[in-house]
Design a protein around this ligand. Structure first.
Ligand code: GLY
Length: 573
């Protein structure tokens, strides 16, 4: 069967995926988007989804740490203060720009499938995808990568002025002394009640007599403090070997999963060459596979570069952006997976010539997704992931996105460790043509397998101008991450928006399948009507992304905290 035939054959299955995609279902009266908080600073900036963690990052910069030190401190802090996505039981990606060496580094600390994983592990007895297994059971838990990733970043790229223990200490204090629940933590806990209530070890921490902690209640995490203390004293091996690893493996197996002590002991974070593109004179430094984000961000920018978006009526510019999204997401479905397990045509996908051929197919009217085939280049709840951006006085920059997959992951805290575990393995394709919780379709390139890393949409990105950071950005939001990052970049570069305006502007999203444009609130109705007249199926949705970004301007660093979710903070000094 050729690629097109394979895609067509799965059209029916795709219809079924709409049910899963309806997690981001149309809403009739969605809330308006709160303006981003923006501040100007000259010595350093941290923009993160939770204010205490952002301030800890700035404290590390102020104590002489560099952007990597601050990012590591923020990464550990969010595991305490923003447990729905900040984590040490999940994984993610860190992109670093080192100013002095003019060097860009990508650290892949994505979770891996346990060694006992199989291609068919998420199928039911009839051989059909079983979301209960891949999303809601302990089988969905991948081997966590965050501790290895943050420790690697600190060891190799930290300033050397602050130890790992010093970077973790504020998180230990917050976990052991506790802090008042507020902002998004208060908003998200009630929605996570059913997932957390399934396990006593989780309920004891996040629920109080069965009811979720509320605004003003104290969240105390003694076991997490002990785990962090062990990592601070003995490094990442304290997490991956010995009693903590044993407790994690026991908890997973007791809950029906397959992560073993050996899986934990053999986990490695890896450095990979970044993917690079350029767009209208700016260099795009982005995350390579197993993130699909960087490749498809560059692919879309290449498609857009042939059109002067700023000169077009807004509706026409949005039409072109939507058509670029569709084509890139079709390629994502077909080609992308774990670079250690499958070969991918990355060079072709990010080539300008390939983009030219795709652009040629963009007309005045919407191309139905069914007519878009992958080229020949030789959700649940939205805000489940979290992104933070950091820059220091020397121009070193870090863009970091990490996740537990769903909000609060699978909901299981490994008894005695305080570590909330992910359900990342749903990002694999359960069966060719099946969709994950975000409605993202995949084929054979992203099937589960022992030690494999599931394909991700997380897209930490650094845009350089003349070799120096210009924009540090990224976002949570599952499948919507890549299109969100695209629109922030286009808003800044093409439409010359200030970074806070670029972040707050409503976003559209198309992911090839289902064939619909998700539209955040605040688009003028006549603009959406005009897009509909071109043949786009417009579906209004709640905001789901959160692009915490930093722009370097002639006046200094401007941080923009995306206020689509309560509590994000840009903190500078
Ligand atoms: N779990 C969402 C992602 O990695 O894309």
């Amino acid at each position: 069967m050729n690629r097109f035939a394979r895609i067509s054959a799965f059209a029916l299955a795709l219809l079924l995926t709409v049910a899963a995609y309806a997690q981001v279902a149309p809403v009739t009266r969605a809330p308006a988007i709160a303006p981003a908080q923006a501040i100007l600073a000259h010595n350093g900036m941290v923009v993160a989804q939770e204010s205490r963690a952002a301030r800890i990052g700035v404290e590390m910069l102020d104590r002489g740490g560099n952007a990597v030190d601050a990012a590591v401190a923020v990464g550990f802090a969010l595991a305490v203060t923003y447990p729905r996505a900040g984590n040490i039981g999940g994984g993610g990606f860190m992109l670093i720009h080192l100013a002095k060496e003019n060097r860009d580094i990508a650290i892949d600390y994505r979770e891996t499938a346990p060694s006992a994983a199989t291609e068919t592990m998420f199928l039911d007895a009839k051989g059909e995808p079983d979301p209960a297994k891949s999303r809601n059971s302990a089988l969905s838990i991948g081997v966590p990568g965050t501790v290895a990733g943050l420790a690697l970043a600190q060891r190799k790229y930290g300033s050397g002025k602050l130890t790992l223990a010093e970077l973790i200490q504020p998180s230990i204090d917050l976990a052991s002394k506790g802090f008042a629940v507020k902002d998004d933590l208060a908003d998200s806990l009630p929605r996570a009640h059913d997932r957390l209530a399934r396990w006593r070890s989780s309920a004891e921490i996040f629920l109080n007599g069965g009811r979720p902690l509320r605004e003003g209640d104290r969240l105390i995490q003694f076991d997490l403090a002990d785990t962090l203390r062990a990592i601070a004293q003995n490094g990442p091996n304290a997490f991956y070997q010995g009693p903590i690893a044993a407790r994690i493996a026991d908890a997973v197996v007791k809950a029906g999963g397959i992560v073993s002590k050996d899986d934990l002991a053999s986990y490695r974070a890896v450095e990979r060459p970044v993917v690079r593109g350029n767009y209208r004179g700016y260099d795009i430094v982005a995350m390579p596979p197993p993130s699909s984000g960087g490749v498809h961000l560059i692919e879309m920018l290449n498609m857009l570069e042939g059109t002067d978006l700023a000169k077009l009526p807004r509706e026409q510019a949005l039409h072109v952006e939507i058509e670029a999204m569709k084509r890139a997401y079709a390629d994502r479905a077909m080609f992308m997976g774990d670079p250690d397990a499958v070969s991918m045509p990355v060079a072709g996908l990010i080539s300008k010539k390939y983009a030219e051929s795709l652009r040629a197919g963009i007309g005045e009217r919407a191309t139905p997704s069914a007519d878009i085939r992958a080229g020949k280049p030789d959700e649940y709840e939205g805000r489940n992931t979290t992104h933070f951006s950091v820059i220091d006085r020397d121009g070193n920059a870090v863009s970091n996105t990490y996740t537990l997959n769903f909000s609060y992951g699978v909901g299981l805290v490994a008894e005695g460790t305080g570590v909330l575990l992910n359900n990342e393995l749903d990002d694999f394709t359960a069966k060719p043509g099946a969709a994950n919780a975000y409605g993202l379709v995949g084929f054979t390139a992203n099937l589960p397998g022992p030690g494999k890393r599931p394909l991700s949409s997380m897209s930490p990105t650094i845009v350089l101008k003349d070799g120096k950071p210009f924009l540090v950005t990224g976002s949570p939001g599952g499948s919507r991450i890549i299109s969100a990052v695209l629109q922030v970049i286009v808003n800044v570069i093409d439409f010359r928006m200030a970074v806070d305006k670029a972040v707050s502007a409503p976003r559209l999203h198309h992911q090839w399948q289902p064939d619909q444009v998700l539209a955040e609130p605040d688009f003028p109705p006549d603009l959406l009507d005009a897009l509909a007249r071109r043949g786009h199926s417009i579906v209004p949705t709640e905001p789901h992304t959160s692009a915490n970004s930093i722009m370097v301007t002639k006046d200094g660093y401007v941080g923009a905290a995306d206020r689509r979710t309560r509590g994000a903070l840009a903190a500078g000094y």
